[in-house]
Design a protein around this ligand. Structure first.
Ligand code: HEM
Ligand code: HEM
Ligand SMILES: [Fe+2]
Length: 467
């Protein structure tokens, strides 16, 4: 095994651990909706939610980095350049995350001054980490980008199409993260740039990154030909950029930007599901070409879940509220939260879990992953997520209808909508299915950690006892 792959296993371990932390704080955040005085004066909703969504971003990043460190040496047939720097940065990353989390939990907030920005919280949703840690993350991502780029350069003529896409994607991955640093005091301008972080980073740059990772997994698990995988990858990247760049406008409807964004954002973002549809067609096409044959069933199931989850969660759930006529009512309700959960889960969580199973099979050296635990994990996680998403959709539609359309968006209407039985049931459903999701996580971890069961061999069949 390459050193880079050992580093990948470390990244996977850290990612799965933070996935667990994220779920704990997700459940806690959900509890405030049912019992608003939870931990009153001890720990507030905002900090619980910060822990939830920041660990989300970090564990997915770690999962992607693990996947890249796993496949890079295999793809290019050589150890990763400067791997020692990457190994060092892994520990820096873990220590920084632990300190930031401890500060969030213990200190929670500070006065509105520079010290707070440097040491406690920069206040940017999804990337709240204080400035020192954000600088650290830039350094870590810089080393990661260097590892990838330098290895590609050394590989010379062995360079592949997937690697070209990957190495070019390192540029926006690094540059758009700079958005985590607030600079502008004008709220409209500030939001204008902040949306690049959600839309251009998480929805576009990450989408290209997971596209590369899925291309590598497909070749690995299904034996799909490189020509087919690369052709699809180019088409998907073209569509992501074609629709996604101006699609950014769907976040510019109500933040004080000029009115032309209503038309531009509405039109281009409506095209955004196309590349995701392309991925579904691609997965079905490959499965058909190979008559659904694979040696790694869990990975195959999770890749399929990724293709469909990405299309439905990001594509359909996003499309539902991307036209300004609808977004006027749905903006910032639990409807958005429903889409946020479904999209992140479908597009990224399922993809990272697929890679975890690839790593499990190769480190344990079995020909065929068998057993039942992975099916339980797969079923519970998917059931938990779909149940949560439906509960949130119900709650969000109640808010849009009673709070916005009928109530006219006043504070009183917001309160009335929050007491509406449909909204309340949605919040209970989210909690219930969240618990199922957490159980699925438990089974997933159990399955990843236990030694794989081998397919029973014929010789082991019990022979009749001699008389
Ligand atoms: C046990 C499972 C989970 C529970 C109970 C849970 C609960 C919550 C709660 C209560 C919020 C705050 C929503 C608000 O501000 O009103 C939230 C936000 C969020 N969660 Fe989760 N979550 C869970 C799992 C996940 C997973 C697996 C993902 C990603 C795949 C995720 C991604 C997010 C995102 C992106 C947000 C921000 C959404 C927004 O503000 O629009 N959560 N979650
Ligand atoms: C992997 C891809 C995607 C991910 C991870 C994702 C995630 C998210 C998240 C987390 C938010 C909430 C941001 C916040 O307020 O904190 C959001 C908002 C939004 N997304 Fe997506 N999304 C994806 C793709 C898409 C696509 C393809 C569309 C449209 C076709 C779309 C349409 C929207 C819209 C309209 C909003 C704004 C909702 C509002 O007004 O409150 N998204 N997305
Ligand atoms: Fe967007």
């Amino acid at each position: 095994m390459y050193r880079s792959q050992k580093l990948a296993l470390r990244y996977f371990t850290a990612a799965v651990t933070l996935f667990g932390v994220m779920i704990v704080f997700g459940l806690l955040s959900a509890l405030y909706y049912l019992a608003p005085s939870t931990l009153f004066n001890v720990f507030n909703f905002n900090t619980a939610k910060i822990m939830h969504i920041d660990t989300l971003v970090i564990w997915l990043l770690m999962g992607f980095m693990g996947a890249v460190y796993w496949y890079l040496p295999k793809e290019l047939g050589r150890e990763v350049e400067g791997i020692w720097l990457g190994e060092l940065m892994f520990w820096v990353f873990c220590v920084a995350v632990a300190i930031v989390a401890a500060v969030f939990i213990v200190v929670q907030y500070g006065p509105a001054n520079d010290t707070t920005l440097w040491l406690i919280n920069q206040g940017r949703k999804y990337v709240e980490a204080p400035r020192w840690a954000a600088i650290g993350i830039v350094a870590i991502m810089g080393v990661f980008a260097y590892n990838v780029a330098a290895t590609c350069i050394k590989a010379g003529s062995r360079m592949t199409g997937v690697m070209w896409v990957l190495v070019l994607d390192m540029i926006p991955l690094l540059v758009v993260y700079l958005d985590a640093f607030p600079v502008d005091t004008n709220m409209s301008r500030d939001l204008y740039w902040w949306w690049w972080l959600v839309h251009m980073w998480v929805e576009s740059t990450w989408e290209v990154l997971i596209g590369c990772i899925m291309a590598l997994v497909l070749m690995d698990v299904m034996g799909t030909s490189r020509r087919i995988v690369e052709a699809w990858l180019y088409i998907e990247v073209m569509l992501v950029l074609g629709a996604g760049i101006l699609g950014l406008g769907h976040h510019y409807f109500w933040i004080g930007t000029p009115q032309y964004w209503l038309g531009i954002g509405g039109f281009f973002s409506a095209l955004e599901p196309l590349p995701l549809l392309g991925m579904v067609v691609h997965a079905i096409y490959d499965a058909g070409m190979h008559r659904m044959k694979t040696r790694n069933k869990p990975a195959f199931y999770w890749i399929t879940a990724e293709a469909f989850g990405n299309f439905i969660g990001a594509g359909i759930w996003g499309f539902m509220m991307t036209l300004p006529q609808i977004n006027l009512f749905s903006h910032g309700t639990q409807w958005t939260v429903s889409h946020g959960h479904f999209a992140f889960y479908g597009a990224y969580v399922c993809g990272v879990i697929a890679v975890l199973y690839v790593a499990k099979q190769q480190t344990s050296g079995v020909d065929m992953l068998a057993g039942r635990a992975w099916k339980w994990g797969f079923g519970l996680l998917n059931l938990g997520m779909v149940g949560m998403v439906m509960g949130l959709l119900l709650a969000g539609m109640a808010q849009a209808f009673f709070g916005r359309a009928i109530g006219g968006s006043t504070l009183m209407a917001f309160t009335t909508a929050s007491e509406n039985p449909w909204f309340q049931s949605g919040m209970w459903a989210r909690m219930f299915f969240g618990a199922i999701f957490a159980a699925g996580y438990g089974v997933l971890v159990y399955d990843l950690l236990t030694a794989p069961r081998r397919e029973p061999a014929l010789q082991t069949q019990a022979l009749p006892e001699p008389a």
